[in-house]
Design a protein around this ligand. Structure first.
Ligand SMILES: CC(C)(COP(=O)([O-])OP(=O)([O-])OC[C@H]1O[C@@H](n2cnc3c(N)ncnc32)[C@H](O)[C@@H]1OP(=O)([O-])[O-])[C@@H](O)C(=O)NCCC(=O)NCCSC(=O)C[C@@](C)(O)CC(=O)[O-]
Length: 347
């Protein structure tokens, strides 16, 4: 068996100017410094991917308040609704009310998920600036999620993307089941690379690679990334991990090695897809932010406010947050700077 030399545990370096500021921040040496510092873009999916899986209808004002709290915590990209068929996902049937009643914070992006032209036309009336389209990486999931084949789905999404590009609306693409499908099993990275290329050819500015059922590992992420960076540059990619097997953060670390600049996550680890058997919540945003502080990556997110947002929605859903960081912080750390120091501790 040919085993490649493990890159981890990394050698830790401590950055000079941050030492002077009193904050000890460490960066694994083999993460490209230009990509690790100063920023990594967080794309929050809790209000959409998170809530779509909840069986009890979440009232519109609660959804909106969650989005407001996320923006107040400093999250700059908040996927806020979807315009899918209410016959398929009733939870998302109030997309119009959500988008029309949101108080938008300047500098915050509020994309919405669109399955077809019908959904696009409805969303367009809500003053949207960005949409996300979502072909599947596997036939089995495409049939369950979109009621059509992968190729038919791509044709549908091209119609949507063409119209959005004409209207000056940004288009983001997702590919789902990139590391495995609940119906078809393992998926070839070459298939995912081909769909990714197709999404870029439709005008997507970014493609998010979705491990919809959370079966990926750092090893399978590396294999996938090698194939994908052969067809595009890492700065145009996002990673979207469900945390079913607890691999979300180690998967992300594998992605960071390739220079990934955007990560999807969900407040309180909410999430899952009603049509993906076995899918659980996404990588929790609180866990992601804590992890990134430890790497010295600037997120511009206030972890205390983020934890509050997570507790707000968890309390409403009457279940504990699935974020370990949210649970662990308890009420002990109310000061954002103290939390950063703890996450980044080197002494
Ligand atoms: C694509 C369809 C619509 C096909 O569904 P279909 O049943 O084949 O579509 P249809 O055209 O036959 O329409 C059926 C009915 O829905 C209506 N309809 C049709 N479209 C819309 C629309 N946009 N808005 C409102 N209504 C709509 C349409 O008008 C009709 O109503 P009727 O005539 O029976 O009264 C359906 O399969 C669908 O909505 N699928 C979306 C499922 C979904 O939301 N899944 C979760 C999101 S994907 C995900 O979570 C993965 C991701 C992105 O996060 C990545 C990852 O995690 O890895």
């Amino acid at each position: 068996m040919n085993i490649t030399e493990p890159k981890y545990p990394p050698k830790i370096i401590v950055t000079g100017d941050l030492i002077k500021s009193g904050l000890y921040i460490c960066i694994p040496e083999n993460i490209n410094k230009s990509s690790a510092v100063p920023e990594l873009r967080i794309y929050e999916v809790g209000a959409r991917d998170g809530l779509q899986n909840e069986s009890k209808f979440v009232p519109t004002d609660i959804k909106i308040e969650l989005i407001h709290k996320l923006a107040a915590a400093g999250i700059k990209n908040i996927e806020s609704a979807s315009f899918v068929s209410p016959k398929w996902v009733e939870q998302m049937s109030d997309g119009t009310e959500v988008m029309k009643n949101l108080k938008r914070t300047s500098g915050v992006n509020y994309p919405v998920l669109i399955p077809n032209l019908k959904g696009y036309e409805t969303a367009k009336k809500c003053n949207i600036e960005e949409i996300a389209i979502f072909p599947a990486g596997s036939e089995g999931f495409s049939q369950k999620n979109l009621n059509c084949s992968v190729e038919e789905g791509l044709k549908r999404f091209k119609l949507v993307a063409d119209q959005a590009v004409k209207d000056g609306i940004r288009v983001r693409g997702y590919v789902s089941c990139v590391l495995g499908c609940p119906y078809d099993g393992p998926i070839s990275p070459k298939t995912i690379a081909r769909i990714t290329e197709e999404l870029f050819s439709m005008g997507c500015y970014e493609v998010s690679l979705g491990d919809t059922i959370g079966v990926g590992t750092a090893g399978s992420v590396r294999k996938l990334m090698k194939e994908i960076v052969a067809v595009t540059t890492p700065d145009k990619l996002a990673l979207h991990f469900h945390d079913t097997y607890g691999q979300g953060l180690s998967n992300l670390l594998a992605g960071l090695e390739f220079g990934i600049k955007t990560v999807d996550s969900s407040i309180s680890g909410l999430g899952g897809c009603p049509f993906a058997r076995g899918a659980s919540g996404n990588l929790a945003t609180e866990d992601l932010v804590y992890f990134l502080y430890g790497l010295g990556v600037n997120t511009n997110v206030d972890l205390v406010k983020l934890v509050e947002a997570g507790r707000y929605i968890s309390n409403f859903l009457a279940k504990p947050p699935a974020s370990k960081v949210n649970l662990a912080l308890g009420d002990r750390f109310k000061n954002h700077e103290d939390i950063i120091k703890m996450a980044a501790c080197t002494v």
